[in-house]
Design a protein. Structure first.
Length: 342
């Protein structure tokens, strides 16, 4: 299937630069049967007692640092993941890519910290740090707003570019699981009081999530790997809810990718890297409904949505959303979709 089929014109004024004033104020496009235009705060009307809502509890690390090469020249670092206590995988933005052995300097509140380039891994650099990098990023890093937000991170992003159920002990994502950012505690309490079950995965989101598919055919694309944890408790929850005819509702493409990874062969707890690429033709093992935002043209996330509801239906939904001026991407509005096997 040609990648160009997943291109569409996204006007810049529809890319949400700031969140809605309240989390649940976002609009919700419901496409379980016909297309309906609702408010996210009313999503409980579409979720029933006995259904299971799967949420990604990862949290966002302040992943952006600014420094310079020891030989001069400014650099911007974007963390991809921690490899060990003193090693990271990072993107580096600079006028010239640093070579193996190059030393990088970060002057942070009067103290200098050093990192050495050990080598390359695809588009990323492997760095070895003089100090534990996790504490450096947590203390001095900036919230890594996506590249399509034309502004620097602000104080409000520390709260809003994060879900309310994010686990502070899982602070390793460089992007938020944005579909989950529409929930506030009141809405979650309302769903639980209704008899909706909550289940959690942990998928550490990497910067690769923002990279468009660049191959001519989507089948040739090598998708980014992400770290996933799905515990045995959630596996049993899914089996029980399925057996009782409840719906499995994944909140966000990351939750979809995580739970589908755990059910690829024999359903079992999973901890490790996933390279699962979901595109049209994929048969879903677990997820019945999905809550998700509107995604970038030519992105692997858009292809996952097409696999879930069918290419033509997806394009119709996006055409409608553009005409109705829904807000797109991370701080934008949401959709509730039903799986159609095609």
């Amino acid at each position: 299937m040609k990648t160009e089929k997943f291109n569409y014109d996204l006007p810049e004024h529809l890319i949400a630069q700031y969140p809605s004033s309240q989390r649940t104020d976002s609009k919700l496009l419901v496409a379980t049967e016909s297309i309906q235009h609702k408010a996210f705060k009313d999503i409980g009307k579409h979720i029933n007692e006995g259904d299971l809502l799967i949420l990604n509890k990862t949290s966002v690390i302040p992943a952006r640092l600014h420094g310079e090469k020891i030989t001069g020249g400014k650099i911007e670092l974007l963390l991809e993941r921690f490899l060990s206590d003193h090693k990271t995988l990072t993107q580096i933005k600079s006028s010239r890519a640093p070579k193996e052995g190059a030393e990088l300097v970060f002057a942070l509140q009067g103290t200098k910290y050093l990192a050495t380039v050990l080598g390359r891994q695809d588009n990323f650099f492997i760095l070895e740090w003089s100090d534990n990098p996790k504490s450096l990023f947590e203390q001095y890093g900036q919230i890594p707003l996506p590249p399509y937000m034309n502004r620097a991170a602000e104080k409000l992003d520390e709260e809003r570019y994060e879900t309310i159920y994010a686990d502070p002990d899982k602070k390793e994502s460089v992007a938020a699981p944005t579909a989950g950012m529409h929930f506030d505690q009141e809405l979650l309490n309302e769903l639980e009081n209704k008899g909706v079950e909550l289940g959690y995965v942990n998928l550490h989101i990497g910067a690769g999530t923002f990279q468009p598919v660049k191959t001519n055919h989507i089948e040739d694309h090598v998708i980014h790997k992400e770290l996933v944890e799905v515990n045995s408790e959630l596996i049993e929850q899914v089996k029980r809810v399925k057996a009782s005819k409840g719906k499995i509702i994944a909140v966000g493409t990351t939750s979809v990718r995580a739970i589908e990874t755990a059910f690829q062969d024999k359903p079992s707890a999973f901890k490790g890297e996933t390279s699962l690429f979901i595109y049209p033709g994929y048969k879903f093992k677990v997820v019945d409904h999905m809550i998700t935002n509107f995604h970038l043209p030519k992105s692997s996330l858009l292809m996952l949505v097409a696999a879930f509801i069918g290419y033509e239906k997806m394009m119709d939904i996006y055409k409608t959303a553009l005409e109705k001026e829904y807000r797109f991407l991370s701080y934008g509005d949401a959709m509730l979709l039903k799986y159609y096997e095609v």
